[in-house]
Every structure is written in C-alpha cells, then in structure tokens.
Design a binder for this molecule. Structure first.
Ligand code: FDA
Length: 303
C-alpha cells in the first residue's frame, strides 16, 4: 500500500458513519435476517453457497452475547426453512470469549445443538492473536461434542503450520485465510510473498491430510497455489470449497463457479455493521478514497 493509501485508510475513523455506510453496503447484506436470506437466495441462484455471520464483536455485556446467540438460532431456523445452501460463522468474541470462556462455550453450545438438529455446519471465525488458543480449544471441544464444527487458520501467523498438526489429527474442517488483524512481527509474517507461500503450504498440508478445506481468498496467487494442489492430489470437488467475501471480486467468484468448483460466500448482516465494514474498506484503498471524497462532499474520483 502506498503512503498516500495508508494515509487515506488511517483517516477512515474520522469519516461520519452515514458516509461509511453508503460505501460499505456492498460488503454487508443488510441489517435484518430477511435481508441476509434474500442475498443467500440470490447467491444460490448463481450456484454459490453462503455462510451467515451475525455482525457484532468485542462485546462487553453478557446480554449482548445472548442476543447474538438468539439471532444465530433464528438464522439456523431460517436457513432450514428456506432449504438454501448455507451454514453459519461465529466470531467468538461476539458470543462472549473476551468476557468469560464459559459464557462463550455455553452460547456456542446452544448454537451447535440447534445446528446439529437442523443438519447445519458451524464455523468459529478466527480473531486476533490473544484469542487464537482459546478459539482452537473451543472449536476442538465443540467438535468433540457436536461433530460438524470447524474453525479458521491464518496464513500470516508463524504458528499456523504447527497448529495444523493438532487440527489435522482431529480431521477438522478448516477455513484457511491470510488473516486480517494487525499483529506484531514476533507472531506474524509481514512480507506479502511469505504469507502467500505459507498460504499454499497450509492448504497443501490440510488437503494432503484428507481434511475438508475452505480456501478463503481473493488473491489469484493463493487461488493458483490451491488449484495446483487440488490437481496434484486429484481431489474430488466435494473435498474442498473456495470461499469469498460478499462484495469482493464477483468476477473471480463467477470464474471459479464456472470451472465447477464449490464456492461459498461470507454474508454478514446485522445492526453492528461498522467495525466489519471499516476492515473491508481498509483492504480496498480505492474505495476508501471514494469514502473520504464523499465525506468532503467532493464528486467521485477517477479511480
Ligand atoms: P488480498 O488482500 O491480497 O486481496 C487480493 C485481491 O482481492 C485484492 O487485490 C483486491 O483486488 C481484492 N480485494 C481484497 N479485499 C478487498 C476488499 N475489501 N474490497 C475490494 N477488493 C478486495 N480473516 C481473519 O483474520 N479471520 C477470519 O475468520 C476470516 N474469515 C474470512 C472468511 C472469508 C470467506 C474470506 C474470503 C476472508 C476471511 N478473512 C478472515 C479475511 C482474510 O484474512 C483476508 O484479510 C482477506 O480475504 C483479504 O485477503 P486475500 O487473500 O483476499 O488477499
């Protein structure tokens, strides 16, 4: 990212929420479950599966975590009633991991019990490094009790190849992504090329171990590495899926679907859209520039 882009991105917190919302709407399905199901239906018509994420993270009150849990229970009912190809992804801090591990476990257990009843898979998203161990432990614990539970591994973390030993032994369904949080160099690779190499190694290791893998990226270099592994191992389509975020690179999404790969779109919804949307805008300096121009009342820029 250029110095100018970094400046633009670091100015985002100064932008009024109303302006951010206008530009962020492409990344979020809407504020209600009905909005989310409508987007899942459109994606299904394209041939894509979805995973629903109820927005809300870094919560401080127990009642907030219970509201989020209840919204997941409603989402699981709605997915089942619609017959659409979707599952759910949960941010552990949204259900209490930063307040009390037992609270997060209880909320997740309620969601996993409902998911098992409805025949739906549950994934724990991976947040920043203070939560890595707790999230892996929670995912393994829930998988042991409920079965169809997975989590996420981040290619920027130095520890991730090692974590795969334990998760591969448990045959856990893993999403592999680069990682989005700001981490110290002590813990995370900082060089883009090294992260891509590690991404390829992680995908190869988990697929070679015979474990279902969610290949979550919009980076053609990572997609190419994954495709090479899939080809080398002659894997059937049912043993992996590509995953992409709502609003990001619909052309790549179409190309992967047209090539016959399974693909799932991450569909966030809810009233707490702000933190998630700002993370997405930070990944996209050209949109961030539009946002700043929007705040300053300037017309659209050329880029
Ligand atoms: P990269 O950032 O290099 O992007 C590649 C290309 O994609 C860019 O050049 C651009 O064209 C396009 N692009 C990427 N982001 C864009 C945006 N916001 N707007 C427009 N274009 C964009 N992280 C995490 O830490 N924990 C998690 O649980 C998850 N979960 C998750 C689920 C799914 C389905 C996906 C796809 C991603 C995540 N992530 C995540 C986020 C992930 O770690 C990573 O930050 C983003 O996917 C961006 O990395 P890429 O691999 O896409 O490469």
């Amino acid at each position: 990212m250029s110095l100018f882009d970094s400046l633009v991105v670091s100015s985002l917190p100064l932008v009024p929420k109303g302006v951010v919302k206008r530009f962020a709407s492409r990344y979020v399905a809407g504020e209600t479950l009905e909005h989310a199901i409508a987007v899942v239906r459109e994606l299904a018509a394209e041939g894509a599966m979805s995973t629903l994420d109820v927005l809300g993270e870094s919560v401080t009150r127990r009642e907030q975590t219970e509201e989020t849990r209840d919204e997941y229970l409603r989402a699981l009912d709605a997915i089942h009633a619609s017959g659409l190809p979707a599952n759910v992804s949960i941010k552990p801090t949204a259900v209490g991991l930063s307040i009390d591990r037992a609270l997060a476990r209880a909320n997740c257990a309620a969601i996993c019990a409902k998911a098992r009843e409805k025949g739906t898979f549950v994934r724990l998203d991976m947040e920043d490094s203070p939560f890595t161990d707790a999230t892996i432990d929670l995912a393994l614990d829930l998988q042991a009790e409920f079965g169809d539970v997975g989590t996420v591994i981040q290619a920027y973390l130095r520890r991730s190849l090692k974590d795969l030993d334990r998760l591969g032994a448990a045959r856990m369904n893993l999403r592999i992504c680069k990682g989005i949080y700001v981490e110290p160099r002590r813990l995370a690779y900082k060089d883009r090329q090294v992260v891509i190499e590690n991404y390829g190694d992680l995908v190869a290791k988990h697929l070679s171990a015979g474990c279902y893998t969610g290949i979550a990226t919009h980076d053609e270099a990572c997609v190419q590495k994954a495709l090479a592994v899939i080809d080398r191992l002659k894997l059937p389509r049912e043993s992996y899926e590509f995953q992409m975020l709502l609003g990001v690179d619909p052309l790549l999404r179409r190309l992967l679907l047209e090539s016959g790969h399974r693909l799932r779109v991450y569909v966030p919804y809810g009233r707490d859209w702000y933190q998630y949307s700002v993370r997405r805008l930070k990944e996209n300096p050209s949109i961030s520039r539009h946002v700043i121009r929007g705040m300053l009342g300037m017309g659209p820029s050329a880029s």
